[in-house]
Design a protein around this ligand. Sequence first.
Ligand code: AG3
Length: 278
Amino acid sequence: MAQMDLWFTERQNENLSIGMRIKETLHSEVTEFQGMDVIDTFQYGKMLVLDGCVMTTDKDEFVYHEMLAHVPMHTHPNPKKVLVVGGGDGGIIREIVKHPSVEKAVLAEIDGRVIEISKQYFPHIASGLSDPRVDVQVADGIVHVQEHENEYDVILIDSTDPIGPAVGLFAKEFYASVHRALKDDGIFVAQTESPFKDPDLIRRVHEDVSSLFAQTHLYLAYIPTYPTGMWSFTMGSKRHNPLEAANELRVKDTRYYTPAIHKAAFALPRFVEEIFRR
Ligand code: AG3
């Protein structure tokens, strides 16, 4: 029989979509929090999909995970205690535990099924979750940050889009608790969507973070399977300036992140800068 021509489509908004030809759907379920599918694709390999949105794929996951983790981890002079909110696939944790300075990394993921399914289908992404320094908690990250004060060097928000279970992770009150949970030279980074598709969100987050943190910095990376391919990250830092850091690589085997990329990522196209400098 001829190969079937099956396609996955993510409807990114009412006017925009991305499609990949499918080899096979490996898993589908509805968890307590969201729809979850694992799909094998011809172009990007296996792909984790939550509520119809591409979370990560075998082929391009390294860009997002390295850039969310290593930019703040190389900005802080000695990050020992790190929190990841969301990120149940484990990709951010895998990058965090590459840093020898790390003594403890906590993962607060609200949906335990994401962790289980990632261990099963994406063992190369979830690998860091079994590091002895890692404490995996199936817990609401919002409650976790509220309950911790002056404790973390770095906090990373690896959320889904600002709809559904992740709405609270884009709220100003949440950033205020993140600020309290950080030590006095702490750094936080949140994934903040696409400058082409979500400029209003980026502007609002930038404003909220600027009202709380001494420094706010936006940086970019290129992620082919996310809406528009151009992706933003917003950093709030109490003391350390990312542009004065990262002169050498502290970890081995990165495929996107380098000291030159660290600096270059903060160089913004004018239309991106204009999103928040008005
Ligand atoms: N975090 C989700 C990024 C948002 C992608 N959005 C979309 N496809 N509409 C990724 C989790 C990876 N650890």
